[in-house]
Design a protein around this ligand. Sequence first.
Ligand SMILES: [Zn+2]
Length: 667
Amino acid sequence: MEPISPALQGTNENDTPASGATRPSVTLAATDSPSSEPAVDTRPVEQILVEQGLLTSKQVDKALRIQSRLEEQKPLAALVVELGWVSRNAIECALKSHRRQLPIEEILLEKGAVTGDELEHAREHARKNPGHTVVQSLIEMNFVAEREYLSACCERYDLPFVEADANLVDRRLLKKASVQYLTRHRILPLTTDDAGQITVLVDDPEQPDLVVEMSRLFGGPVTLALSTRAGIEEALAALAGSRPESGAVPHGSIQYHKIQEDLDTEKTTSIVDHIFLKAIRQGASDIHLEPMASKMRVRFRIDGSLVHVTDYPSAYAGPIISRMKVLAQADVAQHRIHQDGRIYVRDGSEEIDCRASFYVTVFGENCVIRVLRKDQALVGLESLGLPPPVLRTFIDDVVEPTTGIVLVCGPTGSGKTTTLYSTVDRLNDNSRKIITCEDPVEYVIQGITQCSVQNRPGINFVDSLKAIVRQDPDIILIGEVRDAASAEMAIQSALTGHKVLSTFHTEDSVGALVRLLDMGIEAFLLASTITAIMSQRLVRRQCKECKVPYTPTPREVRALSLARAELEGVKLTRGKGCERCLHTGYRGRTGLYELLVLTDDIRDGIIQRLPSHELRTMAAKAPSFVHLQEDGVLKTIQGETTFAEVLDNTPRVQDVRPVRELMEMYG
Ligand SMILES: [Zn+2]
């Protein structure tokens, strides 16, 4: 027996074409899957009645004779009831237990809803149209009406038939799925009984895994009831019109899912909202939901590191993933293909766009949600965590000069874009024209002219830079120096009297000079245009709520080239872990900075193409130059971060200056 009009399939762009032959069998409460039965019982009804002792063989012969003489065809069962040989009730009971093993079309035939000829036609039609079932054919050929089909289904699966009505619906159930979703799949949840059993109205019970899916969606055991398609659609339309507590807040063309704070930990919806709320409040960039053998693990990526947040019993995994799929408008019924979608959530007044990805694993579907916050606030230069002497030098000798190239370096995720924008924001006033060429635009800043070259046919980096110069700018921001061509454009712009700000993907400041030389840029051009190179990293901050005294390990002291004696009298701390920091000991991030302002010595060194270690030695002598690692050691002593974070995130330095000397520098 094949499904008829699978409401859970074929309505979503993520669907794979449903193949009748490979679909799983129907799973319904209290009934066996028809396809698991070795053979279908196609015995005539009279034989069943004889077997059940309701009729004798003689009575059957007589009834058949009478039936053959009737002008209008009448089912044998109806005839024997009219003849008064058996009660209607007794026949119904007998047929009911029998019909639970029959395919729907046989029941329709037995009930007289279709004739033998019609059934034969439908079978022929189904044979000629692969993917069509006999019942589908019967309906399509108008041999059977929807209500007759539903009534046969009610008998076959022992389900109630309910007239759909919006007033019957327990609105709390609507929080678990949007009306749009329900409408798409023609599902009307009705009530939850005292035992927690949820009744759901559908117009087609013969969909694979229907009960399992509904149970996951609504977070409890589900029993089905049947209703007409039109009835369900009308009720849902009525609900869509009056839905104050729906949870979906209209916003332009996007439906934002409003996070409810009144949490009921028993309900899947609440659990999902709770996960979102926690992730947003903790500033997580990603939510990882990972079903495992005996549980589902929930982890957040916070400040660049994965943090284990909680586990849920395996029983929750299905409902939670299903709920995420509903929110992401992914196909709930599909568990065998990787899917993705977008989830729009609203926390108070903040709207957050999330990207959800579902990945099929051996233990079920993994779900990863990237949380994309819109209101990435610009950080002032003073708040970036630049050490005071470095900040002074940066503003006076790097930001203020009206020409020259400023490069911010570091690996991906080191915060260089933030530094670049903070710098631009400081320069942004009515007296200067600032134009950007970015890929993509990451922050929108009032008062500057921004251009994105991302995914724009006909606009490339170098052409944009040529056009920018004709726009008479004072300051040009180039998203990233990525090749010799963009480096040359930056140099040309600087040579013509512009100030150029950009990022460059290298480990440290001297490394940037070396790489530019390796790209084939003329040494004298670099020496005469580059003002400064800032190298940076992001490290996690100690949680302020759970600081405890800390003694560094011998390994840490050795790796940082520190002397034990230097740390005497220095009170180190670290977070021991608390609720606020999700037991990581860290909360938020700060930057480590290494600012190289080119001195005449270094410029000469570049022109002479001195080896990088000599350039490094020169750099270390530049005023207020601090290595990334040194900045990290000082920030650890100040209780900002930890030696572990510094070791994880900065390149090693051989000749570090004594801690006391650095502290004097910092003032
Ligand atoms: Zn803490």
